[in-house]
Write a protein that binds this ligand. Structure first.
Ligand SMILES: Cc1cc2nc3c(=O)[nH]c(=O)nc-3n(C[C@H](O)[C@H](O)[C@H](O)COP(=O)(O)O)c2cc1C
Length: 358
């Protein structure tokens, strides 16, 4: 277990200078700790992935995969909750609906040192629906309000309580639905809303299709910020470029990126400079690799397979010469028994062979 975190907003931002055609802000108070975050993603954003992402950006806010209240209360808590202090600021995402269970999990999040506990109201999977939580909770705003109030009572101001949700469920098309959801839940003491800007269709679509087929309606998220200026509103869904981010940051407090961050991690290396005005000159992919070698050696010493972490790094060189060869070597099952140093040496040799061939 980690020592309790001392502050919610532990992001060391000194000011903000957005590049190019966007605004210049130099007021440290105006830079939200939620300005840029990587989305919670099951099977992807585990502790090893977060460690890797933290090397890329010191300020980005990181989220765990969703963990159910049942797993947290009756399962292996250390396995679900342990993380490296270097990953901070980290938020724990929970899935559940019972206020007492949510309160107990918020207390666990506090004990483990997370800076935020986030309630999932956006997952459309059938398994989650059978458990009566995730996106179907959007139809029960009063229950969500009671859940966040219970979490807030449990942890006070020691950590942030937030909700991640959709703009609607099934074929509800009206803005009023999400406006009323946010308005009701806010009365329970939640002031941070992360909004995946599409509906969840609860029948007939897989979770993957539910991230692609329901149309994105960014205007709904922008309108939430206009209607609730006192709340922190973070936009999520389909964000792929700096142009996207800059456009959204004109309207809302923060942007959460999921798939593009995972599939193009080197993008994160620009975020401290670009969105937090925190200077990180000198960061290189070679430097990230070197830091990960050290981390992997620590994993091996604890009997953990390096693949647990290297699988998240496969796209580090994406877009650079030799990236495909580097990835092939790193993901080669026949090389899983190699030491991290031997594996990275082989991957680097393969990548550089492509450079020589140019
Ligand atoms: C593999 C995968 C797993 C996901 N798991 C979760 C999850 O555990 N909790 C959650 O709130 N959202 C989850 N999501 C949804 C993302 O957090 C995000 O809302 C969605 O991918 C849209 O953002 P994007 O277009 O930037 O990827 C998952 C997405 C992916 C691709």
């Amino acid at each position: 277990m980690l020592a309790k975190s001392s502050a919610i907003n532990n992001c060391c931002v000194v000011g903000l200078i957005m590049s190019g055609d966007t605004a210049t802000l130099n007021d440290p108070e105006s830079v939200s700790p939620w300005r840029m975050s990587v989305a919670p993603m099951l099977d992807w954003t585990d502790r090893h992935c977060r460690y890797f992402h933290r090397l890329l950006s010191a300020n980005v806010r990181l989220y765990t995969e969703m963990v159910t209240t049942g797993a947290l209360m009756h399962g292996d808590q250390a396995r679900h909750l342990d993380f490296s202090p270097e990953e901070q600021p980290v938020a724990l995402q929970v899935g559940g609906s019972e206020p007492d269970a949510l309160a107990a999990c918020a207390s666990l999040a506090q004990r483990w040192g997370y800076v935020e506990v986030n309630l999932n109201c956006g997952c459309p999977s059938e398994r989650v629906q059978r458990g009566a939580f995730g996106a179907c909770l959007m139809a029960e705003a009063h229950l969500v309000r009671d859940g966040v109030a219970a979490m807030r009572d449990a942890v006070g101001d020691a950590l942030a309580v937030s909700v991640k949700h959709r703009i609607g469920i099934n074929r509800v098309e009206s803005y009023a639905f999400v406006r009323d959801f946010v308005g009701t839940v806010a009365t329970g003491g939640c002031s941070v809303f992360i909004v995946h800007a599409r509906n969840a269709w609860l029948e007939g679509l897989s979770p993957k299709d539910n991230r692609e087929i329901p149309p994105l309606r960014y205007e709904f998220v922008y309108q939430l910020k206009r209607d609730f200026p006192e709340l922190t509103i973070v936009l999520n869904g389909g964000v792929k470029t700096d142009a996207d981010v800059n456009a959204h940051l004109q309207q809302v407090d923060g942007v959460m990126v999921g798939r593009e961050a995972y599939q193009r991690p080197w993008w994160l290396a620009e975020w401290d400079n670009r969105y937090f005005a925190a200077r990180n000159a000198g960061r290189s992919r070679e430097g990230i690799e070197a830091a990960m070698r050290t981390y992997l050696a620590g994993l091996v010493a604890r009997g953990v397979s390096p693949w647990a972490a290297t699988r998240h790094m496969l796209n580090l060189w994406k877009g650079a010469p030799g990236a495909r060869l580097w990835r092939q070597v790193l993901s080669d099952p026949a090389r899983r028994a190699l030491s991290p140093d031997a594996l990275f040496d082989a991957a680097t040799a393969a990548r550089c062979s492509a450079l020589c061939a140019i």
